[in-house]
Design a protein around this ligand. Structure first.
Ligand code: ADP
Length: 253
């Protein structure tokens, strides 16, 4: 606790200073509280998969299992470990972004090649779930951005579109140009986001329903990372969404 006892702010300079210090102290207090809450969420996020891991490990070690059963458990252990690794990687990314130690190295590259490479990479996962991924707007122009970071942004959005859509729906993926800005949209016909929660989805570890994570996978960090990466490019991100109709994410860089 920061204990600042200063005279109440009067109209003189000392008064102003005292008001400023008081504000600083309350800001610090709030940051400390946020950091503790964040740490508590992370501990929870890591301990849940760890509990599963240990449980499955103990089962997989049983002597009376058939090879098939053992393989089944080992597979779950491998998947759960991957999830934890992803979660840790995301957390490290966010920590680096907070410290500003991470660099955006912008180059010029072709919009069409960028879009087509991503399409080729993700389309099989959409096909597997019977979701139609449509790449539109194949006009070719030069994008000025960090190609790896931009790919990370788009993959996160497409990953969400895939996760939160059901089969026989369509996801539109478009890259166009608006004056001198690149506009990327990912639009799905999935479960949508309740209006009152749209403002929160970019917060670290936020999920519309906590129970969604077990059903859909994911850690609630994807969009926090997307937002930081977009901002590091000096860009903006917008969401339009309606429950049971779908969501549309628009990035301008
Ligand atoms: P997660 O890893 O849980 O998907 P994100 O940070 O990517 O985390 O997203 C935060 C939350 O926003 C998700 O848990 C989900 O509830 C909601 N969300 C994100 N994208 C979509 C989408 N395309 N459709 C519906 N809900 C979404």
């Amino acid at each position: 606790k920061f204990d600042v006892s200063l005279p109440a702010g009067g109209n003189d300079e000392l008064g102003e200073l005292s008001v400023a210090i008081r504000k600083l102290a309350s800001d610090l207090e709030r940051m400390k509280k946020e950091r503790n809450e964040f740490l508590a969420s992370i501990s929870h996020e890591l301990s849940t998969p760890l509990t599963y891991l240990i449980g499955y490990l103990k089962v997989a070690m049983r002597q009376d299992l058939t090879e098939e059963e053992r393989n089944h458990y080992l597979m779950i252990i491998a998947e759960e470990s991957d999830r934890m690794k992803d979660l840790l990687k995301n957390l490290m990314d966010l920590a680096k972004m907070d410290e500003m130690t991470f660099v955006v190295s912008k180059t010029n590259f072709s919009s069409r090649k960028f879009a087509e490479d991503i399409y080729r990479l993700v389309e099989p996962s959409f096909a597997l779930k019977n979701i139609n991924l449509n790449l539109i707007g194949l006009e070719d122009f030069s994008i000025h951005a960090d190609p790896l970071r931009l790919e990370q942004i788009v993959l996160n959005l497409l990953d969400n579109a895939l996760k939160y859509s059901s089969e026989h729906t369509t996801v539109l993926f478009e890259i166009t140009k608006d004056q001198n800005r690149t506009v990327i949209t990912v639009e799905d016909e999935g479960i949508g986001i309740p209006q009152e929660q749209i403002g929160m989805i970019f917060e670290k570890l936020f999920r519309v329903e906590k129970s969604r994570s077990r059903t859909f996978g994911g850690s609630g960090l994807g969009l926090a990372i997307v937002k930081e990466l977009v901002e590091a490019h000096g860009g903006s991100i917008e969401v339009q969404s309606e429950v049971h109709k779908g969501s549309k994410f628009t990035i301008k860089i």
